[in-house]
Design a protein around this ligand. Structure first.
Ligand code: COA
Length: 438
């Protein structure tokens, strides 16, 4: 049978495809933009046929209907990262959260710690050789295809064909469902005065030729705005976002000085605008790879001058960074934060920088302002990045270098970049905690 015949023989409707899911199975959904919404919708519509189907994935932009309490008997969400739609089922106690370093997930699938019964993924239509790309998601999706007992793929013309390790043959996939659903896009991040100042402070730490990792949102985009005049920057990043494309178009990125994958953008997922997805399409300079490669600290460290930039919810005087819980409440997950902080620390030239960039204050639901720099983390708040890993913290008020500093000097450096309204209060706490004047 040639690939065309094989492809045709595996075509089904979404309704028939999801009947292959059995009660008690673990279903892994492809990550983020790659979530195959036609399959997920059909699965939830078929909920009555299942008991205790475990659903696992990282970040989701989807509706997350399987997390609604009405489906409690049918689905058991066991999630690796929480977002708006999926947070409530964990908060109310019937869904679960499993903490994992992002780069470890494929290895845990390989050794069977995370068993995958069914993988629901999304791919491009086959090219002239019968190859398909998962396009916007390499991360754990590549390994899920390899590990799953059954792979069901939504074939979608809107997925870019991205090169790298995320390319499969018709033979690698069991079932195809054609559905050209639009890919989710993110609106352009709103960069206010605070983000602009944070961007400027981060940019002070970045030199020509550095290899960058940038996360999602207004702060990474604000950093990119400040780097337009740089030269020979490289990208080895968990996520590829719009800010990076703008930098490339301005001539600041050429990936020429990277220590590994020279000349290439390396990333494990893509999230942003339609223009970003078009940029990836059949672009020989883009490599979409598995997270066990991209986020592996030993791989990251093969690049010279790695600078990672990630966000946080809070930092305490010890330099303990909280980025995934608010008090006892699980808010997101570690994702790739620690992977990149360690990769930067291990960087082969010995001068990597791991930056945590965040506004100095947050607004609570009732509108009151709270300092994100505190003497100790709030009760219940877990440490995402330990004080031993913490390197730089940047706010709109400046840069605090923590690595190599005593506990007291760390606290002083952090107070110096706290919001002015909170500095006196923080200095009082400093005196009480350390029995010395600030
Ligand atoms: N105490 C209480 N609430 C706080 C808070 C604090 N110290 N800090 C922030 N908040 C609130 C904010 O007010 C906001 O509330 P809202 O949703 O009602 O507006 C909410 O928490 C989110 O804060 P925000 O600063 O907007 O977060 P963000 O969307 O920029 O995300 C992280 C920040 C840290 C949660 C996110 O970057 C993350 O999950 N990081 C870990 C994963 C990672 O770093 N991955 C690697 C890069 S891809």
């Amino acid at each position: 049978m040639n690939w065309q015949e094989s492809f045709k023989s595996k075509l089904m409707t979404a309704q028939d495809a999801v009947r292959l899911i059995k009660s008690g199975d673990r279903v892994v959904l492809a990550h983020c933009v790659s979530e195959p919404t036609a399959l997920v919708d059909a699965m939830v519509d078929n909920a009555e046929s299942y008991r205790g189907v475990e659903i696992s994935h990282m970040f989701s932009l989807g509706e997350g209907r399987y997390c609604n309490e009405e489906y409690k008997e049918h689905f058991h969400p066991n999630l690796w990262f929480l977002s708006g739609q999926t947070r409530k089922c964990v908060e109310t106690g019937w869904g679960d959260f499993t903490p994992l370093f992002f780069h470890e997930i494929p290895g845990l699938m390989r050794d069977g710690t995370i068993g995958v019964d069914v993988a629901l993924i999304m791919v491009t239509p086959p090219d002239e050789k019968g190859r398909m790309s998962t396009g916007v998601s390499g991360d754990y999706t590549i390994q899920a295809v390899k590990s799953a007992k059954t792979v069901i793929a939504q074939v979608n013309e809107n997925v870019p064909f991205t090169y790298g390790d995320a390319v499969f043959n018709v033979d690698d996939i069991d079932v195809f469902v054609e559905a050209n659903t639009p890919l989710p896009t993110l609106p352009e991040a709103r960069i206010g005065e605070t983000e602009e100042l944070i961007g400027k402070n981060c940019a002070e730490l970045i030199k020509d030729g550095d290899t960058l990792q940038l996360g999602i949102g207004a702060i990474p985009d604000a950093v990119c705005h400040q780097l337009l005049h740089k030269k020979h920057l490289g990208i080895h990043s968990e996520m590829l976002g719009d800010g990076v494309v703008k930098l490339y178009e301005a001539g600041a990125i050429d990936n020429s000085l990277k220590g590994i994958d020279k000349g290439k953008f390396v990333f494990n997922f893509v999230m942003g605008s339609k223009e970003l997805y078009d940029f990836c399409h059949k672009n020989k300079d883009c490599l979409l790879m598995g997270v066990d490669y991209v986020n592996n600290p030993a791989v990251i460290a093969q690049n010279p001058n790695v600078v990672s930039i990630n966000a946080a919810l809070g930092v305490d005087f010890y330099g303990q960074i909280a980025a995934d819980t608010i008090g006892y409440k699980q808010f997101s997950a570690v994702g790739g934060q620690v992977d990149f902080i360690r990769g930067a620390a291990m960087c082969k030239t010995g001068n990597g920088k791991a930056i945590i960039a965040m506004p100095s204050v947050a607004k609570k639901k009732d509108g009151t302002m709270i300092s994100k720099i505190t003497p100790i983390l709030a009760e219940g708040q877990v440490v995402t990045t330990s004080r031993h890993d913490a390197d730089y913290v940047v706010t709109e008020y400046g840069i605090a270098k923590l690595k190599g500093k005593t506990v007291r000097d760390r606290a002083r450096a952090l107070i110096d970049i706290a919001h002015p309204e909170f500095r006196e209060e923080l200095k009082e706490s400093f005196k009480k905690m350390f029995n010395v004047e600030y």
